[in-house]
Write a protein that binds this ligand. Structure first.
Ligand code: PMV
Length: 341
């Protein structure tokens, strides 16, 4: 390695899981495989200045919000991945970062944030070692991002992305994410809206780290991990055939299962709010009345991701959202994204 001072930058989107990762083993090994859509507009943009030969330290500057522990967290993360990047502690870092979506919107800024940092690190590694292999670079970035925040490893690829070993997806791995094969996906799933209703903008009462940990003593955990594998087999057929009604059923079931696991933890916790439940019921009524494919998924929080195909029916669905669902948000908060690949 020829280490020198460098300035690099990277941009990385967030993602939203369809089959959820919830529960893990040592060193961020997932208890079950997961699959997500990578978002298009919700991104973190990060620049990283590396000052060689200075004592190891990390300074961070975040546009728009104060997060005093962030530098400490990154420092710890860098120490943690030294065995994979032997040069990493040999300098000082000045990291500037901004999100293109609101802070604490429930959109995973840890996924886009660690994704962008891992990409910057691989830019540095390329400068120092001259590696040329683009696939290796992305895969290692995904591997490194995983060690920052598990779900972040899926943000390194576009489209539908799988993390965790499943027999349903060739090359899938517990150590990094891989892209779901594009020719195995029906066209209707390649152009999808994700509108996030901001039901509650405050801090979550239980972090995802604690939530994952509580799966260790959850009496339903083993069954849940097994079910995630079963759902992969179902999803594979659904994605291929374009079976929208079973897609909706599976995705909503996954979201509710995630939250059911929280309720069955000891101690139990609930991250949904009244507005979350009201929106879910409204969506079900709407589907019953119109038959249109509007459905939801949830992350580890109160906000609701509204999913619907970007096609001929989208205007009618959008009109319904604005008229009937925005009332359950704080300050009419909605973040609009669309996945196209
Ligand atoms: O990446 P973490 O450790 O913050 O876990 C997030 C897990 C969920 O967002 C709830 C589900 C998922 O697969 O993204």
């Amino acid at each position: 390695f020829a280490i020198s001072s460098q300035m690099v930058s990277a941009s990385c989107p967030s993602n939203i899981a369809l089959i959820k990762y919830w529960g893990k083993y040592e060193r961020q090994i997932p208890a079950n495989p997961s699959i997500s859509y990578t978002l298009n507009n919700c991104k973190t943009n990060t620049s990283m200045e590396f000052l060689a030969d200075e004592e190891f330290s990390v300074q961070t500057f975040l546009a728009g919000n104060e997060e005093p522990k962030f530098a400490e967290k990154i420092e710890k993360y860098f120490r943690n991945i030294e065995e994979y990047l032997p040069w990493i502690l040999k300098g000082k870092y000045i990291i500037k970062t901004e999100n293109t979506f609101p802070h604490s919107s429930g959109i995973a800024s840890s996924a886009s944030g660690f994704g962008a940092i891992a990409k910057c690190l691989m830019e540095l590694e390329q400068q120092f070692s001259g590696i040329q292999d683009g696939d290796f670079k992305v895969r290692k970035a995904s591997f490194l991002a995983r060690l920052g925040s598990g779900s972040a490893c899926r943000s390194l690829y576009d489209g539908l992305v799988v993390w965790g070993r499943t027999k349903e997806v060739e090359d899938s791995s517990d150590f990094y994410a891989v892209q779901y094969p594009n020719d195995e996906i029906h066209e209707v799933f390649k152009s999808f809206n994700d509108w996030v209703l901001l039901i509650h903008e405050g801090e979550k009462s239980v972090s995802s780290t604690v939530g994952h940990g509580l799966m260790n003593t959850n009496p339903y955990a083993e069954r849940r991990f097994q079910e995630a594998h079963e759902n992969f087999a179902l999803l594979k057929d659904i994605l291929k055939s374009g079976d929208m009604s079973n897609f909706i059923k599976l995705v909503e079931h996954e979201a509710l299962t995630l939250h059911a696991m929280m309720m069955m933890s000891d101690p139990a916790f609930i991250l949904m709010k009244t507005g979350t439940l009201a929106v879910i019921n409204k969506i079900w009524d709407f589907r019953r009345e119109t038959g249109l494919p509007l459905f939801f998924t949830l992350d580890a929080g109160a906000n609701v991701h509204l999913l619907f195909p970007a096609d001929k029916d989208e205007d009618q669905i959008k009109e319904f959202i604005v008229k009937e669902l925005l009332q359950f948000t704080q300050n009419n908060g909605v973040v609009k994204d669309v996945m196209r690949f």
